[in-house]
Design a protein around this ligand. Structure first.
Ligand SMILES: *Cc1c(COP(=O)(O)O)cnc(C)c1O
Length: 385
């Protein structure tokens, strides 16, 4: 059976090129970058080169790149690192109500121990209002953490505007850019961002490796203890194959961004307009300020989960906004934050496109969605055409 992968927001397939770059470091080059001998120096060289590549891709300096195990760890390190460093200065942290769990659960934990957390609301499209942010910043605010692009609904935040407000008020600004890398260019020398999280497996790199960018001079305190790797902020022997893979993947991600963007937008908009042809379907997220590969719709009178399983049987991989499969009956906090009622949220479907998807994939998917929706609605006691 034909299988179609429309879940690139969850993870992406690794590129052949990236694997090729990694292989020597999984095979013959096994040294520890901290060792002084030639084996160690060989490993150190690869580590330095990868760091250089990441810095170049982000418009940063190599000293500002900290390798971590992925997006979740980078978010934790940024937020807990700041709270550990600045708790005597202030205990107020501002974030949005649509962050990834790695941010949301971290600030919730801090809220339980003694910090004061403000969750900024978002509008119906999932946008944070910068003026509202400005009015929430207080003398004891130490950190603002707002994601660049949302993983569920794809909404892209005005991070420059947000960053400028933070800078004016002298507050650190962290952004979770895990979904954004490869879809928009970054030049952190110019952008008012103090810390940024990214993860290789979201841009065709290996899983279990990520980066926290930390601008020079920004003070964070370690949350893990051990060796002096990664300027002591991420002790432990480096995941060199992963780091080399991330270096190659980010280099590739930065190539032809505009062209890849346009290709994805074409597919995305085709998928959106065809899905909206189905009765009682609405688009979630912003109509234009959204990730080029992100489609999120609510299909009324249908359970997103049932639709997901039906699509899976037909070989189409998507995800839904009702996380029944993940052991919770509550719909996603993101869909709640943009004002959906429970029923609409439970009927939501996320389809995230990638570079290997084709027009045929889109059209086949729409046909299958239509077929399943019709079948499910026939069984629905509330649906009347
Ligand atoms: C995937 C994702 C993460 C987590 O990254 P991991 O590398 O899987 O830990 C964090 N934030 C966002 C927005 C994501 O999409």
């Amino acid at each position: 059976m034909k299988r179609i992968y429309l879940d690139h927001g969850a993870t992406t397939p690794m590129k052949e090129d990236v694997l090729e770059a990694m292989l020597p470091y999984l095979k013959e080059i096994h040294g520890n970058p901290s060792s002084v001998h030639s084996f160690g120096r060989e490993a150190r060289k690869a580590l330095d080169e990868a760091r250089e590549k990441v810095a170049t891709a982000l418009g940063a300096s190599p000293e500002e790149i900290i390798f971590t195990s992925g997006g979740s760890e980078s978010d934790n390190l940024a937020i807990q690192g700041v709270s550990n460093a600045l708790y005597t200065k202030g205990k107020h942290i501002i974030t949005s109500s649509i962050e990834h769990h790695a941010v949301m659960d971290t600030v919730n934990y801090l809220g339980q121990i003694c910090f004061d957390i403000t969750f900024l609301p978002v509008d119906e499209f999932g946008m944070v209002n910068p003026d509202e942010l400005a009015s929430e910043i207080r003398d004891d605010t130490i950190l603002v953490s707002i994601m660049t692009a949302n993983n569920e609904i794809g909404t892209i935040q005005p991070i420059e505007e947000i960053g400028n407000i933070c800078r004016e008020k002298g507050v650190y600004f962290h952004t979770d850019a895990v979904q954004a890398i490869g879809h928009m260019p970054f030049n952190l020398k110019e952008q008012p961002v103090d810390m940024l999280s990214l993860s290789a497996h979201k841009f065709y790199g290996p899983k279990g490796i990520g980066v926290l960018y930390k601008r020079k001079g920004i003070k964070i305190r370690q949350i893990f203890f051990g060796g002096s790797q990664e300027i002591k902020l991420r002790p432990g022997t480096e995941n060199l194959p992963g780091i080399v893979g991330l270096g190659r993947a980010i280099e590739l991600a930065a190539e032809d961004i505009e062209e890849k963007r346009e290709g994805l937008i074409l597919l995305r908009d085709r998928l959106i307009s065809k899905l909206l042809e189905i009765d009682s379907v609405k688009l979630n997220g912003h109509p234009v300020k959204r990730l080029p590969g992100n489609v999120n719709v609510s299909i009324l009178y249908v359970e997103g989960e049932s639709l997901l399983l039906g699509l899976d049987i037909k070989g189409v991989a998507v995800s839904s906004g009702s996380a029944c499969t993940s052991g919770s009956l509550d719909p996603s906090h993101v869909l709640m934050a943009i004002g959906l009622d429970h029923q609409t949220a439970h009927g939501s479907l996320r389809l995230t496109l990638g570079r290997d998807n084709t027009i045929e994939d889109i059209d086949y998917t729409v046909d299958v969605v239509k077929e399943i929706v019709e079948k499910l609605r026939k069984m629905s006691p509330v649906y009347k055409k």
